[in-house]
Design a protein around this ligand. Structure first.
Ligand code: COA
Length: 182
């Protein structure tokens, strides 16, 4: 710590109030999300370009547009969270007889940490429940702290591990398998 003597204290250059800094116009999506004007709806084919912009911005190994198209075509449960004229996030889930599998949950980088991931996940789980699934499963990268935190918060527990499941540069990364009773 540097201690200054009384003679070295600089007087402020302003008289009463500090000068106001000019604020840049706010383009943060989260700041636009204060109103009720956002909702979840089924994903549509015409959403895919916007979804791909989010997907490639967020994941180091993103899904291709073809994977999303296939998910739509085979009738997987695909939902988008829409608001402020943008896709804020989306979720994809497959359904089997009595279980569902969360395949993708993703939130726009500028909209993260505002409860949207939780909202998307809860909607998928509610759909699974309404279709009589009794368990939801998913895989997540062992290093993905945000997703592990979200899933644990929503009642998922670790039930296994797939060694070297995901690509990671020249190496591989483990997948944590998680399950949640519905
Ligand atoms: C994982 C993801 C979907 C979370 O969405 P989000 O909208 O940012 O998360 P939420 O605001 O709903 O947060 C819910 C909880 O998740 C956990 N969480 C979310 N982001 C976190 C972070 N960066 N670090 C630690 N915990 C985090 C917290 O427990 C949080 O609760 P809290 O805010 O009360 O502490 C988002 O980070 C994302 O899109 N990540 C990239 C895609 C991805 O990895 N998807 C999962 C693939 S399996």
């Amino acid at each position: 710590m540097i201690l200054r003597g009384p003679g070295s204290v600089k007087k402020p250059r302003y008289k009463v109030h500090p000068p106001r800094r000019k604020r840049k116009p706010e383009r943060h999506i989260g700041a636009l999300m204060q109103g009720p004007d956002f909702a979840m709806r089924p994903m549509r084919e015409e959403d895919l370009p916007a979804i791909m912009r989010v997907e490639t911005a967020v994941y180091p190994y993103p899904w291709t547009e073809g994977i999303f198209r296939d998910c739509l075509q085979v009738g997987y449960c695909c939902r988008v969270l829409w608001g402020a004229g943008e896709i804020l996030g989306y979720g994809v889930m497959s359904m089997a007889v009595d279980e569902c599998h969360i395949l993708n949950v993703c939130v726009h980088p500028q909209a993260q940490r505002q409860g949207f991931g939780r909202r998307i996940l809860r909607r998928l789980l509610a759909i699974g429940r309404s279709r009589n699934a009794d368990t939801a499963f998913l895989e997540v990268r062992a290093s993905n702290r945000a997703a592990l935190g979200l899933y644990a918060l929503e009642g998922f527990c670790e039930v296994g591990m797939r060694r070297g499941y995901y690509p990671l540069g020249p190496a591989r990364e483990d997948a944590v398998i998680m399950a949640c009773p519905l």
